[in-house]
Design a protein around this ligand. Structure first.
Ligand code: 5GP
Ligand code: MN
Length: 332
């Protein structure tokens, strides 16, 4: 855990007129939820705030309050670069290394503005001047909640902020079922619900949004593509680019898929491999002490959390999967 004092955060925010919030490549519910919650909070303090993401995010996150103000670096590089150059402070949320934001990382590195890390991933890099980091937090949204409350902003947590925070807490805990969930998680949710948000509506907006082809891709994955390694409590699913294309793959369509094999009794680690333009995107999930963060760092150019990590492979899909199969013994 590395947390600077609230007075340091207060001073920094007080001095900063223009603030940029950045989150990671392929933003998920926690990335967007934490960024937009902080956006609304800082706006309530009369700051000029911009949320910047490296690339597009799934449609099921595009209803969130503040969504229209989000700038995508891949689409709007000149505007984003200008905002970063002019920023008095840059918050980087839900990631631990500038490598996670690809080319946007170079722009952030060039900027003289103080950087702030708010994150719950393992082993954060050293680029920031202020930290609000805790690997025990179930989500970056939990940390943003703590930060807002610690800054004396509990009263500012309105329906908009609560909805954004709810999304991150819900998605990063697999709807409140992972081992990261504790009484504090539910206490925060209880406070958020007091603002009048409707959990069932948020749940539906995130999860009940499959296209027909996404649902069929899920069926295909489970019936044809899921493999269990012989003699090991390990399962994996892999897709070629052509298979994804056949099912009209859209960003986010394989989100959550990596977890399905856990429903099989005894499975303790799962992997998902998606072949794409720039290589193979890899996802790992595990139970208990099985450390997929170390595994992803060591072998697949990635990292994340002990029980949820991702990475990339620049070898062919076939070679990547073969590498995983040969190394899987190390996992368990
Ligand atoms: P996912 O498998 O859902 O893409 O990611 C699982 C976790 O690992 C997330 O918390 C994500 O931030 C992290 N992660 C995913 N891909 C990478 C990567 O390429 N590098 C690092 N360092 N972390 C990743
Ligand atoms: Mn997160």
């Amino acid at each position: 855990m590395r947390k600077d004092s609230f007075s340091k955060f207060k001073n920094l925010i007080k001095k900063a007129g223009k603030i940029v919030i950045v989150t990671h490549w392929s933003p998920d519910g926690d990335a967007m939820g934490s960024s937009l919650a902080l956006y609304h909070y800082l706006k309530s303090l009369k700051k000029t705030v911009n949320v910047v993401v490296p690339n597009e995010y799934p449609e099921f996150l595009q209803w969130m309050p503040g969504n229209k103000q989000v700038l995508v670096f891949e689409k709007d590089a000149a505007k984003v670069t200008k905002l970063i150059n002019k920023a008095d402070a840059i918050f980087t949320l839900d990631f631990n290394t500038l490598k996670r934001i690809e080319k946007l990382g170079a722009e952030i590195e060039k900027s003289q503005a103080p950087k702030i890390i708010v994150d719950h991933h393992q082993q954060p890099d050293n680029y920031a001047s202020l930290y609000f980091h805790d690997v025990k937090a179930c989500s970056t949204c939990e940390l943003i909640y703590d930060l807002i409350v610690g800054l004396g902003g509990k009263k500012q947590i309105d329906k908009k902020i609560a909805a954004c925070l709810y999304v991150g807490l819900m998605t990063d805990t697999g709807s409140f079922r992972y081992s990261s969930v504790n009484s504090k998680t539910h206490l925060i949710i209880s406070e958020l619900l007091k603002t009048g948000i409707t959990p069932s509506d948020i749940h539906s907006a995130i999860y009940d949004t499959y296209s027909e082809s996404r649902m069929k891709l899920l069926g295909y994955a489970l019936s044809e593509k899921m493999k269990i390694l012989e003699g090991l409590p390990v399962a994996y699913i892999s897709f070629t680019e052509a298979e994804l294309k056949k099912y009209d793959y859209k960003k986010g369509d394989t989100e959550g898929l990596v977890n399905y094999p856990f429903a099989i009794k005894g499975i303790k680690a799962c992997a998902l491999f998606n072949e794409g333009e720039g290589g193979v995107k890899v996802s790992f999930r595990s139970k208990g002490k099985i450390d997929v963060n170390t595994f992803a760092r060591k072998y697949f150019n990635g990292g994340g959390h002990i029980n949820a990590a991702g990475g990339k492979s620049y070898e062919s899909l076939e070679k990547t999967v073969a590498k995983f199969i040969s190394l899987a013994k190390e996992l368990v």
